[in-house]
Design a binder for this molecule. Structure first.
Ligand SMILES: O=P(O)(O)OC[C@H]1O[C@@H](O)[C@H](O)[C@@H](O)[C@@H]1O
Length: 289
């Protein structure tokens, strides 16, 4: 049975051992195992902190949390009732079934619409759809944000896929190509910097929001790597707190920052405004080396 559905989780497994697990809480992908390129064995591709809550009591520290309707700390009035990164990652999504299924690929879908308690705090209509597609050697995820309003009310939002890519040691991690892009350095209080490096590393605490993102990222580390292709996301965030900040995070496993890098495609440096009936779509595809 390639798709297994429980109350809290949807799991999909293909014949070659590729497997993905998605919590209904946050529609958070928490695991993706895919075969090694040499054909021997499968490897976990995402980091998930051993100290992360997975019961819906707190956002997941790992996998792919979905950031919506705003990124980072809330600065618009209508967002101030929410914790950082919004409510997309802390709501229970509805599993909406299998979208397509072949021998080499399966797509499943999750939907989030305003619940009674969200409506009280966020008086805007929205429909989020999240499609996770696992194929023999790739994983892709697509987020669709729709403004279903029939009146004139617009939906203004940001969105980001907060990928925790399993990569170690963090001293060997590089991300490219980001050269010549302007980024906001959140570690240095939000100064704008033009990236000079051909290979960006995370040896020091890094929290950088790149604008005008190329949509293709080569993430490499000793003995491994992954390529990520994206469409619809004008920005990309690179984040690794290193020991300095990571050791103070209650849900971070000991030394966890040594074992991942977050490369996060997003629509975050500006706001996207959807007229009634409009939909924004962002897609990412991972291919491990
Ligand atoms: O601890 P959180 O809310 O999951 O956020 C983790 C990090 O997420 C990144 O996307 C942000 O750029 C960082 O500033 C933030 O610290």
């Amino acid at each position: 049975m390639p798709v297994t559905v429980s109350e809290s989780k949807v799991s999909v497994e293909l014949a070659n051992g590729s497997a993905v697990e998605i919590l209904v809480f946050g529609a958070n992908v928490i695991s993706w195992r895919s075969p090694n390129v040499d054909g021997h064995g499968v490897k976990e591709r995402f980091f998930l902190s051993k100290k992360s809550a997975l019961d819906g009591s707190k956002a997941v520290r790992g996998g792919i949390p979905i950031v919506f309707p705003f990124f980072g700390s809330p600065n618009r009035e209508e967002h101030k009732v929410f914790p950082s990164h919004g409510f997309g990652r802390t709501e229970k999504w509805k599993y909406d079934g299998i979208v397509s299924e072949t021998k080499s690929s399966t797509s499943v879908k999750f939907v989030l619409e305003p619940s009674a308690h969200i409506k009280v705090k966020f008086p805007f209509q929205f429909i989020l759809q999240y499609i996770v597609t696992i194929s023999l050697h790739e994983l892709s995820t697509t987020l669709r944000v729709t403004n279903p309003a029939s009146s004139t009310s617009t939906l203004t939002h940001q969105a980001l896929l907060h990928n925790y890519i399993a990569a170690h040691p963090s001293s060997s991690i590089t991300i490219a190509p980001l050269t010549d892009l302007t980024y906001t350095d959140k570690v240095k209080g939000g100064v704008e910097v033009v990236e000079q490096r051909a290979l960006v590393d995370v040896k020091e605490s890094t929290d950088s929001v790149y604008k005008g993102a190329p949509g293709e990222y080569h993430v490499r580390w000793t003995g491994g790597g992954v390529d990520i292709k994206t469409t619809g996301f004008p920005d990309v965030v690179v984040w690794n707190p290193q020991k300095e900040i990571g050791s103070k995070m209650a849900d971070m496993e000991d030394g966890g920052w040594e074992r991942y890098v977050c490369v996060e495609p997003g629509f975050v440096s500006a706001w996207n405004t959807l007229a009634p009936g409009e939909t924004w779509v962002g897609t990412q595809i991972f291919r491990p080396l």
